[in-house]
Design a protein around this ligand. Sequence first.
Ligand code: ADP
Ligand code: MG
Length: 695
Amino acid sequence: MAANVMEIYGSKVFNEHVMKERLPSATYKSLKDTLHKGAPLDIEVANVVASVMKRWAMEQGATHFTHWFQPLTGATSEKHDSFVSPVGDGTAIMEFSGKELVRGEPDASSFPSGGLRATCEARGYTAWDPTSYAFVKDDVLCIPTAFASYTGEALDKKTPLLRSMKALSDQARRILKLFGKNVDYVSTTVGPEQEYFLIRKEDYETRQDLILTGRTLFGAPAAKGQELEEHYFGTIRPRVSAFMKELDDVLWELGIPAKTKHNEVAPCQHELAPIFDTTNVAIDHNLLTMEMMQKLAPKYGLVCLLHEKPFEGVNGSGKHNNWSMSTSKENLLDPGDTPMENLQFLVFLAAVIKAVDEYADLLRTSVATPGNDHRLGANEAPPAIISIFMGEELEAVIDAIASDSPYAGPVKVKMDLGVDVLPKFSKDTTDRNRTSPFAFTGNKFEFRMPGSHENLSDANTILNTAVAKELKGYADELEASDDFPDSVIALVKRTIRDHRRVIFNGDGYSHEWELEAERRGLPNKKYTPAALPALIDPKNIALMEEFGVMTRVEMESRYEVEMEHYAKIINIEALTMLEMARKQLLPAINRYMSELANTAATKLAVSESLSVRSETKTLAQLSKDADEMSDAIDALAAAQQEAQKLGDMTAKANTFHDKVLPCMETLRAVADDAETVCGEEYWPLPSYSKMLHYV
Ligand code: ADP
Ligand code: MG
């Protein structure tokens, strides 16, 4: 088995190993400079790479190539072009040029652009991201690319991400230089933990809500939910285990380092985590992982649900974004062994604290989606308030630094904050606070707010840029000072004093924290249309423009796209509910009522002395539910029409939230009540018990 894994690992990837083996050495060297030092790539090199890449891909069975990119929908897009090129005598050769590798011109007109289209026509082009390896999937050579308009506006998620990685690298290198280190590049790393549900295909196929919206819009709670806490890390069911094994193989072939897999808290819920990688690569891999999960599940009679909240009443799914910064030699968030190393660590740590506090509102936008609104603050995920968990020991160090008081932490070092006596802190004492949205976990931060279905580019673009901003401020200050260690300590101290409010080690799920956070002045935007305006806040636009990550126009377009997306999703959900309630649920209730009424009438016809109490009671409840459902349907239809009429995106998204969502909840509540008494054979939808426990 082990040998087999080593054989298949990366076998579908045009990785450095393949490049080294197959490219002429001069070409390999220039490509390597591009990969590791961000050097520009010239067309002659691209031509050689393209021809070698084509030959390699054809050996893997590829007949087509595609520029694989990430439009603002967050999903991936591909348009396949064959290598075939007729030569005029009725035969054809297989061609692929450097130009085709480096640049593509998809018709951009049908992707969301949030007004960018108007300013730059519909056209756009894709540009090769050579730092993320090309791969073969389904007989197609896939080339990871960025997608931009002809006037240079980013029309995708990858372009701003790559810009933010460069911004962070530039500023982090300045800081490292002050510590006497010359490095070529500082990369940000991400390890995303992907949660998902697997349910039976036959259940899925009977539920229009799951098919159209990814979540159940109706469904009374199962008699048993997750309260026994037996699923988490429990034995993996054979069918699921078989799925997971093949998934691992498929991912390994694509060079995706799938590492851990286990059952999660909710019944039918699972998690997969890879080993971390450079951010853009990790995100490409995560998108591929989600695609493969969904493609493979039906082979096992299963469907993979990636929605953030497929079922009410049990946990939803998230995607923890483990994040750090590193050079080729060291992880910059790893506390070191010497005082000087620790000082360097504290500078990077302070920059993250300051960045998260100052741009919490912007970071919040990156996880604002209609699906994630059901998770955040729902006792299963962090609240919508962003705070940082440090762990007891690190917090004691930080407090000692900020207050000039002796540090009396576990290592019992008295310190007067001279650099010689900065304490040596151990790495593994960070306790696992699962309720914090942004937790320091020993040598990285874990951002736990992203939803399971998200493209993590937005979150990392914002995080990288905000940290770059703080590092820039530090570098400006420190480069101008002449007593280096003292200035560094002063700066760390100041940062911690000024931004202490964002640090919170307690229970993030508690109501007390919400009140405390309000006293501290921390933002708490509870739902998507409330959170998104931070995208167009002048402070945040200034941040993105300062580092060339996004322009004002690009930020505004994203605001439009996200607001519109919210309105569209709620609209689809509302219409799906109306259709299901009118065409499936009410008729079912009526059929069952008629059965009950017939039974009662028949009984009475046989003998007046037979009791019809049971039939009457159930009929009374169902009849009341049916009336209330009918009213709730009218109210929802009216609210949906009112919201859908609005032209202004901000007003529209807010109306969907304020008016349509409450009507959806009312309709669901009565329908779910009817489900609890309606005969099983009459109810047209598989129940929560069936879906969650019969797999
Ligand atoms: P958990 O207990 O939360 O599951 P793990 O330590 O297993 O945490 O790590 C979870 C994820 O964090 C994995 O994907 C892992 O590769 C990733 N990770 C570890 N170190 C780093 C790092 N320096 N940068 C980014 N991600 C990291
Ligand atoms: Mg984790």
